[in-house]
Design a protein around this ligand. Structure first.
Ligand SMILES: Cc1cc2nc3c(=O)[nH]c(=O)nc-3n(C[C@H](O)[C@H](O)[C@H](O)COP(=O)(O)OP(=O)(O)OC[C@H]3O[C@@H](n4cnc5c(N)ncnc54)[C@H](O)[C@@H]3O)c2cc1C
Length: 336
């Protein structure tokens, strides 16, 4: 049931070669319960991993790494408008997106090609190209580590926010998500207003549909983002900061070309990638760590970088952004 002292390089997309003291995988709640009843579990700290695509290990992990492999995609309810689908937390997220668009179901097509597992999708409320997973989640099943009982969190109880939820905050390392129920819609949403989706569909000579939008998003992402199989990374390293209007207007005087998105009367979101690129850090490299040449928000491991090397560059970026704009940017990646 437990492996000892193994490298988890292949279990994190930064490809950091660190060792964990214990490692165990589970493919159902029965196996998970067994692990939680073991003395190894009781004597060690532990962390659950899906695809390892949003996590940075900065040291060897002196505890138990639990790899979630719970499988299964099952329709549990259907009417004229919607299909409710129960999905195991270990299912690959993009596999589920493909499953959905193959059936012409809508709701998650703009989230195509996001790496990782279904179980981690509610943790930071994954989002891209004008869609967030919170809008398709009905409920989340999670195993409470302390009392070893299953809890059901209805959508409202998950406290979903921008790249955030109760699972990333109050319940961090206290629960293990085992399955998620999604409500997908039969009438296509066809949200193509964000980014280059409309123009990519034109290039592909395709009309909007869940499947075609997923294809367009996949093409755009493949062009823009480094493939973690080839170049270690965790996607966006930082969240986009949200500023009060007064602060934004002051900044705009200094940087008239600042890219921004008005999200409410008094709140303006600034792409952290723009802030980093504008101070000339895009393409910066030190040793085996760098800021990606095409995407200033992505920190990459060119080979043998350690987690500490990556953290050092991330901290340097944070300091430079603070000095230049008086803005504190927060990591999106979970730093361990
Ligand atoms: C190239 C690239 C592009 C990306 N693009 C996007 C994007 O567009 N939008 C976006 O939102 N994200 C993006 N990401 C980040 C990442 O893909 C998502 O955050 C994804 O949901 C992480 O899934 P995972 O299974 O790999 O999580 P992991 O990295 O394994 O875990 C992330 C966190 O969730 C916890 N966790 C994992 N599984 C569970 C579980 N079953 N129960 C409880 N806690 C759990 C972990 O302990 C950890 O704290 C990108 C990453 C990469 C590498």
């Amino acid at each position: 049931m437990f492996k000892e002292n193994i490298s988890i390089k292949d279990y994190n997309t930064f490809k950091i070669d660190i060792k964990c003291k214990f490692f165990s995988e589970f493919k159902n709640t029965k196996e998970l319960k067994k692990i939680l009843e073991s003395s190894i579990y009781h004597k060690n700290k532990s962390i659950v991993l899906g695809g390892g695509s949003n996590i940075l290990f900065t040291n060897d992990y002196d505890g138990l790494v639990l790899k979630n492999n719970i499988n299964g995609i099952k329709i549990i309810k259907e009417d004229n408008s919607n299909v409710n689908v129960e999905v195991g937390a270990g299912v690959d997220w993009n596999k589920f997106v493909n499953w959905s668009v193959e059936r012409n179901l809508s709701g998650i097509e703009n989230l195509a090609l996001i790496p990782g597992s279904v179980g981690a999708s509610p943790v930071q409320n994954i989002g891209a190209y004008g869609m967030e997973v919170k809008d398709s989640i009905v409920r989340v099943y999670a195993f409470d580590i302390q009392n070893k009982a299953e809890h059901i969190f209805q959508n409202k109880e998950c406290n979903f926010k921008y790249r955030d939820s109760i699972f990333k905050k109050e319940l961090k390392n206290k629960i293990i998500i085992t399955k998620v129920v999604f409500k997908l819609v039969k009438e296509p949403i066809n949200n193509i207003s964000y980014g280059d989706i409309a123009s990519e569909l034109q290039i592909l000579k395709l009309s909007p549909s869940p499947k075609n939008i997923a294809k367009a998003v996949t093409n755009i992402r493949s062009k823009k983002l480094p493939n973690p199989q080839i170049l270690g990374n965790c996607g966006s390293f930082f969240k986009n900061p949200v500023l009060e209007k007064d602060k934004f207007l002051k900044l705009k005087k200094k940087f008239p070309n600042i890219v921004h998105f008005v999200i409410s009367e008094n709140k303006i979101k600034i792409p952290a990638g723009w802030l980093i690129e504008n101070i000339g850090l895009k393409g910066y490299r030190k040793g085996d760590v760098g800021i990606h040449k095409e995407q200033a928000l992505v920190i990459v491991n060119y080979g043998k970088a350690s987690g500490k090397d990556i953290l050092k560059i991330a901290e340097k970026v944070q300091i430079k952004v603070k000095e230049n704009y008086d803005i504190k940017i927060e990591p999106e990646v979970n730093i361990i």
